[in-house]
Design a protein around this ligand. Structure first.
Ligand code: KG4
Ligand code: ZN
Length: 373
């Protein structure tokens, strides 16, 4: 079965084609970063309008790059939520209508399930059960994943998501949107010993997070230090480093606690922030100490993309789950509400096979905008 995936939940238009036997055949991402940069953040109305312009041309491009015609597509997956409703409506309306016109089934995919399954596009793919840390612009969640669609929330952010905290702190440091990668780059030049930021909620046993205090801490530090520094560029870099270290440490501490809960020793990281190099390095160290295993998607599949939606959609369509013609995009949607997919052997080999070669050959459009580190 070959599935076309369409992602339009925020500021990236992503399209991919996933084949159950050959893995990922092609994918492309168009980033709207230039449109939103001058506003310092995503403008939902502009996002929707641009998805309208980009979605169908990107579908045609990806089919061409895969050497396929519409007749080779057995199902269409689109992101149905959570996300910006106007943006979701574009991909959902295109995706549902394409499937109807082509006479194939459609499925609305949960965006965070797409992220959670993105490591399945890599080799080796993680086997269930595992613990997933989902760290994106809108969510920070620790999830016990027993199988596809069997997810239990272990903890989540009570306020800002990790990516949101990166973006807001980047703004405080006068860095351009999108802030996360820009802050990570500035932090490279920072001195880790100059400032120490708190590690919020790590002193207590639960697995929830709180990141909004860190941006206030960054703001207060910046205002205090700028009044007395003779090297403002260096001070900004040191603050960026202290902030990044605090977020990374906090995520690592909570993942260690989760791994010690007896739910197995496999950890999966996904979502935009999982592209962060320091986070990966520190997580690798921790998981080695815990004698576990950690799995990440390649950086291009950490951030939003159509490949992960095609892959998640494939798992559900092959289990005969489908979307009615009257589909319903959802701004909010819990992973725990998803129906399970219990088809034996639904996960694994098929996801990884052939993916690397196909992606390398196809690449992504809008490279500058999709670069994450
Ligand atoms: O998963 P994603 O592409 O979109 C959402 O579903 O939200 O995540 C985007 C988030 C943004 O907040 C962005 O700043 C952050 O991921 N991000 C990073 C890095 N790359 C992307 N944060 C820190 N370091 C990075 N290298
Ligand atoms: Zn995302």
């Amino acid at each position: 079965m070959r599935v076309l995936g369409i992602e339009t939940s925020c500021d990236e238009t992503g399209v991919g084609v996933f084949d159950g036997e050959q893995g990922l055949l092609a994918h492309a991402v168009y980033s709207q970063v230039e449109i939103h940069a001058k506003y310092g953040g995503v403008v939902p109305e502009l996002a929707s309008r641009d998805h309208v312009r980009k979605t169908l041309p990107l579908v045609r491009q990806v089919l061409d790059e895969a050497g396929l015609t519409k007749d080779a597509i057995d199902g269409v997956a689109f992101t149905a939520g959570p996300g910006l409703v106007g943006a979701l409506l574009v991909g959902a309306a295109f995706g549902r209508s394409l499937a109807w016109a082509w006479g194939v089934p459609a499925i609305g995919v949960h965006h965070m399930e797409g992220h959670l399954l993105a490591p399945m596009l890599e080799e080796p793919a993680p086997a269930f059960p595992f613990i997933a840390l989902l760290v994106s612009g809108g969510h920070t969640q620790l999830v016990a994943a027993e199988a596809i669609g069997r997810y239990r929330l272990l903890g989540e952010s009570l306020d800002d998501a990790a990516g949101e905290a990166f973006d807001k702190t980047a703004k405080i440091l006068a860095l351009p949107y999108p802030g996360g990668p820009a802050l990570a780059r500035l932090a490279e030049q920072g001195d880790p010993r100059r400032y120490r930021f708190p590690r919020p909620m790590t002193g207590r046993p639960g697995l929830d997070f709180s990141f909004s205090g860190l941006k206030t801490f960054a703001l207060n530090t910046l205002q205090r230090e700028m009044a007395r520094t003779d090297d403002p560029a260096r001070t900004r870099a040191d603050i960026a480093r202290a902030f990044e270290d605090a977020v990374v440490d906090t995520l690592v501490i909570k993942c260690r606690q989760a791994l010690r809960r007896g739910l197995g020793k496999r950890l999966v990281l996904a979502g935009g922030v999982s592209a962060n190099r320091r986070l990966r390095a520190r997580m690798d160290e921790m998981v080695a100490q815990e004698q576990g295993e950690v799995f990440y998607p390649r950086p291009a599949f950490c951030t939003d993309n159509g490949a992960m939606i095609a892959c998640a959609g494939w798992h559900r369509l092959r289990a005969d789950q489908t979307e009615p013609l009257a589909f319903k995009p959802r701004a909010r949607w819990s992973l725990e509400e998803l129906p399970p997919v219990d088809a034996a052997g639904a996960v694994g080999a098929a996801g990884a096979a052939g993916a690397a070669g196909a992606v390398g050959a196809v690449g992504a459009v809008g490279a500058a905008g999709t670069e994450t580190e």
